[in-house]
Ligand binder design. Structure first.
Ligand SMILES: Nc1ncnc2c1ncn2[C@@H]1O[C@H](COP(=O)(O)OP(=O)(O)O)[C@@H](O)[C@H]1O
Ligand SMILES: [Mg+2]
Length: 265
């Protein structure tokens, strides 16, 4: 199990007078084998945190440590270590090549392992991964369009798992899905996390969703963490007014999410 640690991380977009600070000296620790929820309204800097962790955005200060190795630097060791951090995005349609059978997309994910798979082994691996996300492996040859939104999101999760990550970053992965389907994806994440001992940074603007999956939660506002703690205690006794505001935006407090558990979504 791996731990991911952001230390004094800052990100600035733009230059000179037009510069804006998207992430401002943030410290955040995702403990090995746990799910850390990152919550905050749109524009608070959550996706920027995800992007710097996988090298998709440059940092202006600080470091990101994976098991103590700085993965934000540009050297080879850092790049190799960074492959262990995989990301799943909000929009599975944008993330999957529409002309490619989903099995081929998942197979591409294995490239990050740095190992060559013989053809037969690759097929077996894709089969296993589809089963892991509860999709009929016989459908590996179908294009993304043949699947529902929830199924497509599970396929992008399978592709991320193909890289054998120790850390998974999920950025608003249920935000584009119907509520009934969100539960299926969230339950899958919980299952994967305990089966594979994944370390997870789970990002959402929706505190109800974060509550369902996260052991700890950090609340982000204007590029800063305004509150952090065990999910249960932050939600029971939010110290920051902003967290209380986010809590009020959950429609029905204390009610479980409307979960579809039959996997058909
Ligand atoms: N590539 C970019 N160039 C300039 N500003 C950006 C860029 N990406 C994000 N921002 C700005 O940085 C802030 C944080 O954005 P983001 O990390 O996407 O927030 P969130 O994911 O919480 O909605 C926002 O004000 C956004 O407009
Ligand atoms: Mg975002």
């Amino acid at each position: 199990m791996s731990g991911l640690e952001f230390r004094g991380v800052s990100v600035r977009y733009g230059h000179g007078a037009a510069a804006m600070v998207a992430v401002d000296a943030v410290d955040l620790v995702v403990r090995p084998g746990t799910t850390h929820g990152l919550v905050g309204e749109s524009g608070s800097g959550k996706s920027t945190m995800a992007r710097i962790a996988v090298g998709l955005a440059p940092m202006s200060g600080g470091s990101i440590l994976l098991d103590g190795v700085d993965i934000a630097s540009r050297d080879r060791a850092a790049r190799r270590a960074r492959r262990q951090v995989q990301m799943v995005f909000q929009d599975p349609l944008a993330a999957l090549d529409p002309r490619m059978p989903v099995g081929a997309s998942i197979a591409e994910g294995t490239v990050a392992t740095g190992r060559e798979y013989p053809r037969a082994q690759l097929r077996t691996r894709v089969w296993e991964l589809l089963e892991r996300v509860h999709i009929d492996p016989a459908r590996a040859g179908d294009p993304p369009a043949a699947f529902s939104g929830g199924q497509r999101q599970r396929i992008t999760i399978a592709r991320a798992l193909a890289a054998e990550p120790s850390v998974l970053i999920a950025d608003e992965i249920t935000s584009a899905l119907d509520v009934s389907v969100q539960g299926v994806v969230l339950n899958l994440l919980r299952e994967l996390q305990s089966d594979l001992e994944l370390t997870m940074l789970f990002i959402s603007h929706n505190l109800a969703v974060v509550r369902y999956v996260a052991d700890e939660v950090s609340v982000m506002r204007h590029g800063r963490i305004v509150e952090h703690g065990a999910t249960a205690s932050v939600l029971a006794e939010p110290a920051d007014p902003y967290t209380r505001e986010l809590l009020r935006s959950i429609p029905v407090m204390g009610e479980p999410l409307d979960l579809a558990l039959d996997g058909s979504a």
